[in-house]
Design a protein around this ligand. Structure first.
Ligand code: FAD
Length: 396
């Protein structure tokens, strides 16, 4: 809704009552809330409601008749000072609630009694000349009681065979799920992962990560201990008109692949009946072109859905940023700052970040600079987006 501002032009001691839904966190978000604020605080409240995707039911002031409004996403007063405050939803329809977290399966299998999945495929995702080793590995989950199922954005645990240096069974490692809930073959009983083998040098010796090496080496037919699923941080909103910005480096692409398959892979779309009509924008960082993961699929989605999908790559060892240095994902964020923020101002936009923990400061810096250019304060905005469940981060 757009609030008439004709009479709201100065500090006059009036109080405003705002009845709002889908605002706040947890239980608060599910209940209708009545907030009373003085004129001075109305603008910032409207801004916060807009950023959190809240819907205003009624707005009234001490000298205005209460106005019942249809459920609609908040748009702050037109004279609001900052660009974010002028955010308006791009669609007239009401945003659907995000996935109900209560319906998301969690810990169907625990470390003490894991599910034994069977490897059905294991192949390299890298092209010739790539750095390192990254594999796509699929497990059959059929036959479990309960059936191990999951939704896009979750992770599973893998317990590698063997024992640690103390003779104890290895602990589980988490991996982001790279397949949609229907599985790559749409048979509803497989899960796929995208695993990079951890390798580093110590005292002149090459050390291989325990679980990542176990997975990259595994042969079809092998049985693997699987736990989970876990995680509610990276769930996709249900809204078919949501906008989704994805920031991924390396295997951080795994959850993004699940979102993009759910949105754009024809057979998956037929199966899931979820008719995504919003916009998706993937920023992918890799050291070399040969290290881009699932690149052919994403190029195809971009060709087939040019109105809905943008794919922006940052290839650090092959491209240069504006300062002549290596091109990292944060440089691409800065280059596209204006547009990224105009997306973020729309309450239907969610941002997802996944990859190595080291990517966070660079992205934060870029978002901060981009926000400043728009007259916004990222340090204030980010917690608001997080509270509104629109800023999703999973780094490791
Ligand atoms: C939520 C979540 C999702 C994840 N998703 C994925 C995914 O999709 N794909 C993926 O590949 N991984 C993912 N990971 C990481 C994964 O869980 C493992 O941490 C990773 O595979 C390494 O495990 P490992 O058993 O091979 O290594 P380990 O044998 O456990 O070795 C790791 C340890 O080695 C040491 N180490 C690591 N690097 C160095 C270094 N350079 N110098 C010195 N010591 C070092 C550190 O002590 C580190 O704890 C995810 C992690 C989390 C938490």
């Amino acid at each position: 809704m757009r609030v008439s501002t004709g009479r709201v032009t100065g500090s006059d001691g009036r109080m405003f009552t705002v009845v709002v839904e889908s605002f706040g966190v947890g239980r608060q978000r599910r209940a209708e809330r009545v907030l009373t604020v003085p004129f001075e605080r109305l603008q910032s409240l409207m801004q916060t409601i807009a950023l959190q995707g809240g819907r205003i039911r009624v707005l009234s002031s001490t000298d205005l008749e209460p106005t019942a409004t249809p459920a609609t996403t908040a748009t702050p007063p037109a004279d609001a000072a900052s660009p974010a405050a002028n955010a308006a939803p791009t669609s007239s329809s009401t945003a659907k609630a995000p996935v109900s977290h209560a319906d998301v399966p969690v810990n169907l299998y625990k470390p003490k009694a894991p599910f034994l999945g069977t490897v059905t495929g294991n192949y390299s995702l890298l092209a010739d000349g790539a750095i390192g080793r990254v594999n796509h590995i699929t497990f059959d989950l059929a036959g479990g009681d309960p059936q191990l199922h999951y939704v896009e954005g979750q992770s599973i645990g893998i317990i590698p065979d063997g024992e640690d240096a103390n003779g104890k069974p290895h602990k589980l490692r988490l991996y982001s799920i790279a397949s949609t809930r229907h599985g790559d073959d749409l048979a509803d009983h497989t899960v796929s992962l995208c695993v990079r083998q951890l390798q580093y040098e110590k005292d002149g010796e090459t050390i291989n990560g325990v679980c990542s090496t176990f997975l990259c080496d595994i042969e079809p037919g092998a049985k693997v201990k699987i736990t989970g699923p876990v995680g509610k941080e990276m769930l996709l909103p249900d809204d078919e008109e949501a906008n989704v910005i994805m920031l991924a480096t390396g295997t951080g692409i795994a959850p993004m692949r699940t979102y993009l398959r759910r949105m754009f892979e024809p057979a998956e779309r037929d199966k899931n009946g979820w008719h995504f009509r919003g916009k998706a924008w993937l920023f992918m960082g890799a050291p070399k072109t040969a290290n881009l993961l699932y690149d052919d699929d994403f190029n195809r989605y971009q060709a087939e859905f040019p109105e809905n999908f943008r794919y922006t790559k940052a290839i650090s060892r092959e491209e240069q940023n504006a300062k002549g240095g290596r091109m990292y994902i944060q440089d691409r964020v800065l280059e596209n700052a204006e547009e990224i923020f105009s997306w973020i101002e729309n309450p239907k936009t969610h941002v997802y970040m996944c990859g190595l923990r080291g990517m966070e400061p660079g992205i934060d810096e870029a978002m901060s600079a981009a926000a400043t250019a728009k007259g916004l304060d990222w340090a204030t905005l980010r917690p608001q987006l997080k509270k509104a469940e629109r800023w999703h981060v999973e780094t490791y």
